[in-house]
Design a protein around this ligand. Structure first.
Ligand SMILES: NC(=O)C1=CN([C@@H]2O[C@H](COP(=O)(O)OP(=O)(O)OC[C@H]3O[C@@H](n4cnc5c(N)ncnc54)[C@H](O)[C@@H]3O)[C@@H](O)[C@H]2O)[C@H](O)CC1
Ligand SMILES: [K+]
Length: 309
């Protein structure tokens, strides 16, 4: 049996077992009495199937289309959910608890989504030196997303450089730093003044604080944010523009990013943001979205990000 068919069967069997454990029987899933193999034929070569190849049985099609039609994910972006800080935290707790994800997994997807959105919005020119990107990483997971994004940006044809003023002791952050160093991404020991940044960097990534930020900014980060406020180089903020109140948004002295890449779902403070806005974090299971009553945009095809504005 080919790998594709055995994979499909494993998927349908696993789905059936899960559904059965939540009260649905195989009979309910395949009411026509079709066996798990009916309607599926192992291809004999890598050639595309001929017109004579039987289609999956209607019962299989109904299982497939139900899962891609979940009401939490919609093509209409006008009524998507904006999260409170508490909701964002509770979703994290679920992801790392009952849903069995690890922080490394989700941070990798988050950082990759950020790099992908940057490559869409600010594509690197094909015949020029790689654009220099300044990544400002903070002490929490938002900062970790920045370190991951730096690595992917390097692969995508940029020249990232990291300012990481407060590294915490957790091994994941030491590992992310090491990976960047091994990729010859430089770390800066200080944040240059705005004019130096403007003259030397095409883009700045703000990965200082995300939904874990509690105002006001503590003294150790005041100068950093003041400098960032003066950047003319466009800023791309990860999840939440740093220093903004997660729920009420900017105040008079806040940074003004050109673009924000929200993760999971935008936070309430983003409701009046009019810059470029992408959503990433394509890892929310349907059941979790339903549990939190989330309205999320549907990601097209294999995309890791979807543009909201
Ligand atoms: N579920 C997801 O979508 C995922 C999101 N990710 C990213 O993780 C951050 C949230 O991470 P967390 O570690 O909880 O918080 P932050 O990084 O936002 O900040 C915590 C960090 O900041 C310090 N801090 C808090 N307030 C202040 C302040 N007023 N002044 C100075 N410092 C402050 C605090 O002490 C901590 O050290 C989310 O936004 C996403 O970007 C995951 O990567 C993947 C899953
Ligand atoms: K941020």
């Amino acid at each position: 049996m080919s790998g594709i068919v055995s994979c499909s069967l494993r998927y349908f069997t696993a789905t059936a077992i899960r559904r059965r454990s939540s009260g649905l029987s195989l009979q309910t899933l395949f009411p026509s009495g079709a066996s798990l193999t009916s309607g599926l034929r192992a291809p004999t070569s890598s050639a595309p199937p001929s017109h004579g190849t039987p289609s999956p049985s209607p019962s299989l099609l109904s299982v497939m289309s139900t899962s891609s039609r979940n009401s939490s994910f919609s093509a209409d972006h006008s009524d998507i959910t904006y999260l409170t800080q508490e909701q964002a935290t509770n979703i994290d707790v679920e992801l790392f608890g009952d849903y069995g994800f690890t922080i490394d997994q989700l941070m990798e997807l988050a950082g990759l989504a950020v790099a992908t959105a940057i490559a869409k919005a600010y594509p690197p020119p094909s015949k020029a030196p790689p654009p220099k990107v300044l990544i400002c990483s903070g002490p929490g997971n938002n900062g970790g997303d920045g370190l991951v994004a730096a690595r992917h940006l390097k692969w995508f044809g940029y020249d990232p450089c990291i300012f990481y003023p407060k590294q915490t002791a957790k091994p994941i952050f030491a590992a992310l730093r090491r990976q960047c160093e091994e990729m010859e991404i430089s770390f800066m020991s200080f944040l240059p003044d705005a004019n130096l940044v403007d003259n030397n960097f095409t883009l700045a990534v703000d990965a200082l604080f995300g939904f874990g930020f509690k105002p006001p900014v503590r003294p150790e980060f005041v100068e950093v944010l003041q400098k960032m406020c003066r950047f003319k180089t466009p800023i791309v903020s990860v999840d939440v523009p740093s220093g903004w109140d997660v729920e009420t948004g900017p105040h008079q002295d806040s940074i003004k990013p050109d673009m924000v890449v929200s993760l999971t779902a935008p936070k309430k403070g983003m409701q009046n943001f009019h810059g470029k806005h992408y959503l990433g974090g394509r890892y929310i299971p349907d059941s979790l979205a339903a549990k939190f009553n989330l309205k999320l945009p549907r990601y097209p095809g294999t995309e890791l990000v979807v543009q909201l504005g």
